[in-house]
Design a protein around this ligand. Structure first.
Ligand SMILES: [Zn+2]
Length: 460
């Protein structure tokens, strides 16, 4: 009986609403079913919020009633249940966050979170709780100083939350050396409970080795990551996972110059374009990737078509960057230049700045016009990258494009242009969490192995 663990009627509710227990979850938490996922998918966000709050209250009481006594009795089952509770409550906080966002009350979320600092005793929960706090500050407030304050308490070697480690890697990516990045990503892949996260980080490690010019090891790791994910039953794969799978094939194709792998990637992305589980931003991103595959394969007609489809879902500056390359390749240089002139780079990540510089380079190589060349070189020089692979590209391009300015041969320029269309795909900051709330929501809703669905506690 979990009722005996309830807070008093006048105390604040366990769900973080800030209301008194008797005015909030008291009459709803024992009722079930907790169908907030379905309500959320049906866009009934207020109703979903109410249910997820009741679910949280119920879960916290189950934790008090079942897990805490087991832990006190030092039974092994207690630790297992504790780990499930931490994952489950963390997932419930994700869902709570999504509901606040969709209900347009995101500013209330941080104060709601305060009610969870001691929801579970111990350091493991503290890490998970710090992750949830930091991610909101990072993504919504862009308050890096507060995020660092949270993260700087930790040494990454001591962190055992895959979520917190992913955030750590993202926030501190510029101040973390390549060796540590690899070790952190390996750790995340080892401890994460989710196959798509394992794939993402295993593949990142593979790419990182390639960027350090150790192609043998990198390619092996990429192949292993792919093989592991494709053995999962397709029902258990998520859109997020298939995106990472397609990206892994793409990286493999680029590093081994194997067009068949790019075709494999294209096949997955194309399948995903007819999947309605994506948000508009997700659809735009998928069409962008389809375009990138075609660009690599030299199919400029289909590349342009895919980029225009991406625009119908979201008018993104990054899509313009890549569309311009397809336009250059088909000889529409004036349109390409006008497209690039319209790109606003203010919000771009370091990786996107590199992409932008490369597009300016492709225009300069094709036209040989002095203003294009000067602009391309100055943008290239501004690009910051630590990866040997990209440094080589950066250096070679600066040399080659300067020579074009001095009247180098056209035939060689065409080779350069073709090669350029084959480097675009690799994002310099491959470990980026790429925290995209829409993608996170898509992924969460489809996850088959949710901790909250494991039913370790039953409605009683
Ligand atoms: Zn409540």
């Amino acid at each position: 009986m979990i009722e005996q663990y309830e807070p008093t009627l006048r105390s604040e509710c366990l769900c973080g609403s800030g209301k008194r227990f008797k005015d909030c979850c008291k009459n709803s938490y024992l009722k079930g079913p907790f169908n907030s996922n379905e309500l959320f998918q049906r866009k009934e966000y207020r109703a979903a919020l109410k249910i997820v709050r009741a679910h949280i209250t119920w879960y916290r009481l189950c934790h008090r009633a079942h897990t805490v006594p087991l832990l006190k009795s030092k039974m092994i089952a207690g630790n297992r249940l504790l780990e499930t509770d931490i994952l489950a409550l963390s997932e419930l906080l994700d869902l709570l966050f999504f509901c606040y966002k969709k209900c347009g009350i995101i500013n209330d979320y941080l104060s709601a979170l305060d009610y969870f600092s001691n929801a579970i005793q111990g350091d493991r929960w503290k890490e998970e709780f710090d992750y949830h706090r930091a991610v909101v500050l990072y993504v919504y407030r862009n308050d890096i100083r507060s995020v660092l304050k949270i993260l700087n308490v930790y040494k990454w070697q001591d962190i055992s939350s895959a979520n917190l480690l992913s955030l750590y890697l993202d926030v501190k990516s510029t101040s973390t050396n390549a060796v540590d990045k690899i070790m952190i990503a390996e750790k995340i892949a080892n401890i994460s409970a989710y196959p798509e996260v394992q794939l993402q980080y295993q593949a990142s490690v593979g790419v990182q080795y390639c960027l350090l010019n150790d192609f043998e090891k990198g390619v092996l790791l990429l192949n292993n990551a792919i093989r592991k994910y494709i053995t999962i039953p397709s029902n258990d794969q998520t859109t997020h996972g298939r995106q990472h799978l397609a990206n892994a094939y793409m990286s493999l194709g680029v590093f081994t110059s194997d067009g068949d792998k790019i075709k494999e990637s294209l096949k997955i992305f194309l399948q995903e374009t007819s999947n309605n589980d994506y948000s508009e931003a997700g659809k735009a991103k998928t069409w962008l990737s389809v375009g990138d595959c075609y660009l690599y394969l030299g199919d400029m007609y289909n590349a342009k078509d895919a980029y225009s489809k991406s625009f119908t879902h979201e008018n993104s500056d990054l899509t313009k960057v890549f569309l311009a390359r397809a336009l250059v390749s088909t000889g529409d240089c004036d349109v390409a230049r006008a497209t690039l002139d319209r790109v606003r780079t203010k919000e771009f990540s370091l990786a996107n700045h590199f992409d932008f510089a490369l597009s300016r380079c492709s225009l300069a190589i094709k036209t040989g016009v002095k203003t294009d060349i000067d602009l391309a070189i100055s943008l290239l020089k501004e690009v910051k990258t630590n990866e040997p692979y990209f440094k080589d590209i950066q250096h070679n391009l600066i040399v080659n494009i300067s020579e074009i300015g001095k009247g180098a041969k056209c035939a060689r320029n065409m080779g350069l242009l073709n090669n350029l269309n084959k480097v675009f795909i690799l994002q310099p900051n491959i470990f980026g969490l790429g925290i995209n709330i829409n993608a996170a929501i898509d992924c969460f809703l489809q996850r088959k192995n949710k901790a909250i669905d494991k039913g370790m506690h039953t409605l009683d």
